[in-house]
Design a protein around this ligand. Structure first.
Ligand code: 2M8
Ligand code: MG
Ligand code: MG
Length: 271
């Protein structure tokens, strides 16, 4: 098994960011030596802080699938070179799968004043604004703003202007993903593509196939929820139930956040 999990609203409570309701199942995954892979909108800096709390040593995926990080000891250096495209970053191998944050900010500039006042980017909000919008502490908000490959923004306009904005950004090569609170400007990366990429790395490392579980609560999780062997759809306190095109091996959690996560993981592992 490999478990790919979203964090906000899934393993972490949407409001308190606590994972305590999932502690028993987290311990169980450890005992069974099942890798828990964070696959999140969060940044490298945020995941590093969370991995310490989770006592997690596995590879992880950040910024909605824009980059995959492998611990240095995960693979020998010749295997890393054979994959290609890795950079050393603070004790990890980083595989960037899309353009930089600066690139997406330039695309926003190219829209000129047309959507002025209809959104506020993380860059414009700054740490204090991000803290206000998310309930994160000022320090945590600063980590959320240390972005490498994507730009989140709060949408302030109506649905129609959001559609127009999305179309114009698409023409500039950007995709718009929806998380629990924000729109995320990214390239053609997503959590599903990054999950398959990393699954392939696990398979070639161990020379055996894995069954995968993907857990998520937001539209940005749909690509991985569609592609995993088992989809664990976590009830969201803010959004309507996610629609998937797959019809089999889906669990819809009864509870939100870590409580729903824990019972869903328990159910799937007993299948
Ligand atoms: C943002 O991500 C969530 C994910 O669903 C959202 O879009 O609401 C990210 O910017 C992340 O870095 C941050 O930690 C999180 C805080 O709620 O919000
Ligand atoms: Mg989420
Ligand atoms: Mg997320």
């Amino acid at each position: 098994w490999l478990v790919f999990t979203d964090l906000d609203g899934t393993l972490l409570d949407h409001h308190s960011y606590s994972f305590s309701a999932a502690e028993d199942q987290l311990n169980r995954l450890n005992q069974l030596e099942i890798p828990l892979i964070c696959c999140t909108s969060k940044t490298f800096a945020e995941v590093i802080a969370l991995r310490k709390q989770l006592k997690n040593r596995h590879p992880f995926i950040v910024e909605n699938g824009a980059a995959v990080y492998l611990p240095l000891a995960f693979l020998p250096e010749r295997a890393i070179q054979a994959i290609g495209g890795a950079q050393l970053h603070e004790g990890f191998w980083r595989f960037g799968l899309t353009e930089s944050r600066a690139h997406w900010l330039t695309c926003l500039d190219q829209l000129g004043d047309r959507f002025k006042g209809l959104y506020s980017t993380f860059t414009a909000l700054g740490s204090q604004g991000i803290a206000n919008a998310t309930g994160l502490s000022l320090d945590q908000a600063a980590l959320a703003n240390q972005r490498e490959f994507s730009e989140p923004l709060v949408w302030l306009g109506d649905e129609l202007s959001k559609i127009a904005f999305t179309q114009e950004m698409n023409q500039l090569g950007a995709s718009i993903l929806e998380g629990g609170r924000f729109l995320h400007i990214v390239g053609n990366s997503n959590k599903g593509k990054a999950m398959l990429w990393l699954q392939q790395i696990f398979t070639s490392k161990t020379r055996h196939a894995f069954r995968t579980i993907a857990a998520g609560d937001g539209k940005n999780d749909v690509p991985m929820l569609e592609l995993a062997d088992y989809a664990l759809v976590i009830k969201s306190p803010t959004n309507p139930r996610l629609q998937l095109t797959r019809t089999e091996r889906i669990i819809y959690s009864e509870h939100t956040g870590p409580k729903g996560w824990a019972s869903g993981i328990k159910t799937i592992l007993s299948m």
